[in-house]
Design a protein around this ligand. Structure first.
Ligand code: ADP
Ligand code: MG
Ligand code: MG
Length: 246
């Protein structure tokens, strides 16, 4: 589904990704772990097409298409969802307005019928209910004044409504207490299906107790330096990244 080959990318002329290669098949959950500053968030931004990130070499293919040739909104319509490490606040735009606009923009881009008000409300209420986000919060401005845990739940609501093929989740577990971690993990697990894939970027092994990945990759200094199964996360937790990078 996702083929990243020898990806090099820079920000402000500084090379961050230095030949990253990664293949993610449909139905798979891949965890990317690595020390601070390794380039994990940069990878997620490059996949989403954020401005300021320049790809200088390599390729990214998604469902057979050249992902890097698509504009950010086209990537979203193709089914790529990015969950941010630091979800943005959008004052003056309600969650409901934001989500409905995003959902219908995707549908228009895919030449599908837009969701009616009733269909949309059904979708969003179901998602909020499953993820334990009070419906009242959906009427508030996007993430404004939300706690860290509420922002992450809200991202999972967005994901559940938009039903991406590929979810790239950057440190979705950061700042979560145990209850919120469970809810968010359930949200990720619920999205698991043979035709979807997830790239879970995380510092800590803790999340991977709840969302057991098929593969774990270690990203150090812009490259994947090691790949293993779920057990690799436990090795990292015990020995740290230094042992791997050495
Ligand atoms: P990680 O998510 O693995 O902690 P990041 O992708 O956020 O790492 O950052 C990778 C490297 O890129 C870090 O050294 C960081 O300081 C650097 N970096 C990030 N953003 C910028 C920027 N706008 N300009 C210059 N360097 C940056
Ligand atoms: Mg970081
Ligand atoms: Mg990061």
């Amino acid at each position: 589904m996702l083929k990243i080959d020898n990806l090099h990318a820079e920000i402000d002329g500084k090379e961050i990704l230095k030949g990253l290669t990664l293949n993610v098949g449909a139905g798979e959950v891949h965890a990317i772990m690595g020390p601070n500053g390794a380039g994990k968030s940069t990878l997620s931004y490059v996949l989403a097409g954020r401005t300021g990130y320049e790809v200088t070499a390599g390729s990214v293919t998604f469902d057979g298409q050249d992902l890097l040739a698509l504009a950010p909104h086209e990537r979203a319509a193709a089914g790529v969802f990015l969950g941010l490490q630091y979800p943005v606040e959008i004052p003056g735009v309600s969650n409901l307005m934001f989500l409905r606009t995003a959902l219908n923009a995707q549908r228009v881009q895919r030449s599908e019928k837009e969701a009616s008000g009733a269909e949309f409300m059904k979708l969003v209420k179901a998602a909020a209910g499953e993820l334990g986000l009070p419906y009242e919060m959906l009427k508030r401005s996007v993430n404004q004044g939300f706690s860290g845990g509420e922002k992450k739940r809200n991202e999972m609501v967005q994901m559940a409504v938009l039903e991406p093929k590929l979810a790239v989740l950057d440190e979705t577990d950061s700042g979560l207490d145990i209850d919120a971690l469970r809810v968010v993990s359930d949200g990720i697990n619920r999205m698991r299906s043979p035709d979807r894939a997830t790239l879970l970027i995380t510092h800590y092994q803790r999340l991977l107790d709840y969302v057991v990945p098929d593969f774990v990759h270690v990203l150090v200094d812009g490259r994947i330096v090691r790949t293993g199964g779920a057990e690799l996360a436990h090795v990292l937790e015990r020995d740290g990244y230094v042992s791997i990078a050495a």
